[in-house]
Every structure is written in structure tokens, then in C-alpha cells.
Design a protein around this ligand. Structure first.
Ligand SMILES: C=C(O[C@@H]1C=C(C(=O)O)C=C[C@H]1O)C(=O)O
Length: 377
């Protein structure tokens, strides 16, 4: 799509704290918020069904669910429109940043070793472990500037900006550019594209291609990937027909990493009475792409070793309408911006054969998606 003068001016119209979700060329941006639904338990099916039942034609519920079961969810009841919102990339303003790693790279490598011990002991087979960067910026970051840059450069297909409280004008704002589709529903058509198995990209094209080929051939990464595909196929078969698992993963590139990706399609037999996109997201989440295998033991290992970092990170973010159609992406390559402060999260799957230093590099590369658009380099 070519960028016209009208597109440029519409990009200027991006509100200071937009409420939006983009999955194609255009971004769906909320013009009005009618109501905000919150729940202490984002996995509650009655809450999800109540939200979908309240939506009139032309309205959407746009928001996010936390990583953990029994943790909060928020959906804004909105009226909006698809808009091109792709302007020129403004040069980041001069800012001073204070950046803290939490945990440090060394502590993260030790956490990876602790998971490898649990794998060796047969307690778990895969655990996704994350780490954070806490950034303070002077002057404060401007969310609209970051989102504009995400929409133009599209480091991930799914760009989002979602206030995490009922107040749209202040408080934490979840922003990011996820490459990973948890689930989409359009009528009876269901799609998921899990990612698992990753390697940092190289600026040298030959080395970059070599790394991609090595990832495609890596038994460790193929095993890490297969856990996710198996779990999603199993969950989809509970509610769908014609579940089409892929023949093998393909390669997907973001700005900073290569991933193994598996597009999976399925069909709802009775879309009128079948689960909405929001219910499907609740059923599938958290997949072993962000949790692990077995799910309960992995969740316990994450709580013990990683602690309480995630909240909405590694959750899911997206929209649903009154017909049950919608799109939910995994909340990765994401940041929470709150005034002058910004927290970034990145995780990596640990399986037998994982190397702690490689996992530090992988999570470092994943963090760069958001540090770059925020102007930190
Ligand atoms: C958890 C993250 O990424 C997840 C972990 C991946 C992996 O371990 O290879 C790949 C994609 C995501 O499902 C993240 O980016 O923060």
C-alpha cells in the first residue's frame, strides 16, 4: 500500500495514548470507549461470554489478559475504525535513559541452570523463563511516538496499545509489536501461528542466512517447537473440526530474531453457538510458547524461579466483536509505559540442551525490538 498525504496527516492524529490493535496494513483505532470491563480472573468463561453478549454490531471489546491463570483481564468496550495510520518515522527525541536489568544477565543464566536441573530431574520438559528491563526516561517517553514507529516499521505483525486501567488518560499503557498469533476467528475459520525456537539475527546477510538454516535444522529447537504445536492441536480438537497441523515449521523473521513458526488452521462446526475468539484465547492460553510442559509444573517453576515479573507480559492481547470474531496475539515484544518509566519483558524456552549464554543472547535480542523504537538503540 502506498502512503499518501492523507495517511501522513492521519498519523499525526494518533492520540497521545491510543487504544488500538493492528493486524494487517491498517490499525483498528478506538474513537470512543463506552465502558471498561475488568476481572480478577482473565480465564473466567462467564466474564468472556458476558462481554461478547454485550457487544452491538460495529462495536468491539479490545484489551488484554494476564499471563497467569486467575490473574486480571481488561477489555475496553469501543467503537472505532480501521485507519491507515502509517506516517513517516520521526527521529527519536534526545533523551537521557536510566536502564536496569531485572534480573541481571548473570542471574538469568543461573535461572536457566535451575530450570535445566529440573529438566534433568524429570520435573519438567520445557519452561519459558523471562527477564525485564526497567527504563526511566528524561524527558518522559511519548507513547504515540513509539506506536507510530511500531506501525511504520512493523517489527511484528500485531501492533497494540492498550491502557491497563479504566482511565484512558493516565496509568500504565501496554504497547508492543507481537509476531505471534495466539488465535483468530472469522466466522467458522480458526487460525493459530505459534512460534517457538528462536535465534538472534545478524546484520551480515550471509551469517543471517546461516543462522536461519541452522535454526531450521536444530533438533533442540524443533523439539521446543513441537511441544507448542502438539498442545495447540490437542486443545483445538476439543472444540474444532478439520484441525490441520502443519507438516513442519517454517521460518519467520522479525527485526531482531528468527523464529520457527507453524500456521495451524481449523474450523468451528457451529460458529453461532461455538466459542468466541475471546473464549478460544482463554482455552488455549498459556501455550507452551510462553509457559511450558507439563503446564502445571512449568507454571510452578516459573513462579518459583522467575518470580512475579509478568502480569500482562506473555499474556494475550486483541479484540472480539459481538459475532464472536476476533484476533488475539501473544503479548511479547512488549512494554508497559507509565509516565517516565517503561518496563520491557522478554522470555525464552528452556529445554534439554539449552545453553544459558545463548538464552541470555536470545532474550537480549528480543528486548531490542522495543528498546530500538523507544530510541535506546
Ligand atoms: C517469551 C517470548 O517469546 C516466546 C518464546 C520463543 C522461544 O523461546 O523461541 C519464541 C516466541 C515466543 O513464543 C518473548 O519474546 O518474550
Amino acid at each position: 500500500m502506498s502512503v499518501t498525504a492523507a495517511d501522513l496527516s492521519s498519523s499525526m492524529a494518533l492520540p497521545a495514548r491510543p487504544l488500538l490493535f493492528a493486524s494487517g496494513e491498517d490499525a483498528y483505532i478506538a474513537d470512543r470507549v463506552l465502558h471498561t470491563w475488568t476481572t480478577p480472573d482473565g480465564a473466567d468463561p462467564d466474564w468472556a461470554d458476558g462481554v461478547v453478549a454485550a457487544l452491538e454490531p460495529g462495536e468491539r471489546a479490545l484489551g488484554a489478559l494476564s499471563f497467569a491463570a486467575g490473574a486480571p483481564g481488561i477489555l475496553h468496550h469501543v467503537v472505532g475504525s480501521e485507519r491507515p495510520l502509517r506516517g513517516p518515522v520521526a527521529k527519536p527525541r534526545e533523551r537521557t535513559y536510566d536502564v536496569r536489568e531485572f534480573p541481571t544477565a548473570e542471574a538469568y543464566a543461573d535461572m536457566v541452570r535451575a530450570v535445566l536441573d529440573k529438566i534433568a530431574a524429570g520435573v519438567v520438559r520445557k519452561v519459558v523463563l523471562g527477564r525485564c528491563l526497567d527504563v526511566t526516561s528524561d524527558p518522559p517517553l511519548e507513547p504515540a511516538e513509539i506506536i507510530d514507529r511500531l506501525l511504520v516499521t512493523r517489527p511484528g505483525r500485531y501492533v497494540f496499545s492498550v491502557p491497563l486501567t479504566e482511565s484512558l488518560s493516565e496509568g500504565p499503557l501496554l504497547v508492543g509489536a507481537s509476531p505471534e498469533l495466539l488465535v483468530s476467528r472469522s466466522g467458522d475459520r480458526i487460525a493459530c501461528t505459534p512460534l517457538a525456537g528462536s535465534v538472534p539475527r545478524s546484520p551480515d546477510p550471509e551469517e543471517d542466512a546461516r543462522r536461519a538454516a541452522a535454526l531450521r535444522a536444530s533438533d533442540k529447537d524443533l523439539a521446543e517447537h513441537a511441544f507448542v504445536v502438539d498442545a495447540i492441536v490437542h486443545a483445538l480438537k476439543e472444540v474444532c473440526v478439520d484441525v490441520e497441523p502443519p507438516t513442519g515449521p517454517t521460518l519467520l523473521a522479525t527485526d531482531t530474531v528468527w523464529h520457527l513458526a507453524s500456521p495451524i488452521s481449523a474450523r468451528l462446526e457451529e460458529p453461532a453457538t461455538g466459542p468466541s475468539a475471546l473464549r478460544l484465547a482463554q482455552m488455549l492460553h498459556p501455550t507452551p510458547a510462553v509457559g511450558g510442559v507439563p503446564a502445571a509444573a512449568a507454571a510452578e517453576a516459573i513462579a518459583d524461579i522467575e518470580g512475579d515479573l509478568r502480569d500482562y507480559f506473555a499474556g494475550c492481547v486483541g479484540w472480539v466483536d459481538g459475532s464472536g470474531d476476533g484476533v488475539f496475539a501473544i503479548t511479547i515484544r512488549a512494554a508497559v509505559i507509565d509516565g517516565a518509566r517503561m518496563r520491557l519483558f522478554a522470555g525464552a524456552g528452556i529445554v534439554a540442551g539449552s545453553d544459558p549464554d545463548s538464552e541470555v543472547r536470545e532474550t537480549g535480542a528480543k528486548l531490542q525490538t522495543m528498546t530500538r523504537v523507544a530510541g535506546l538503540g
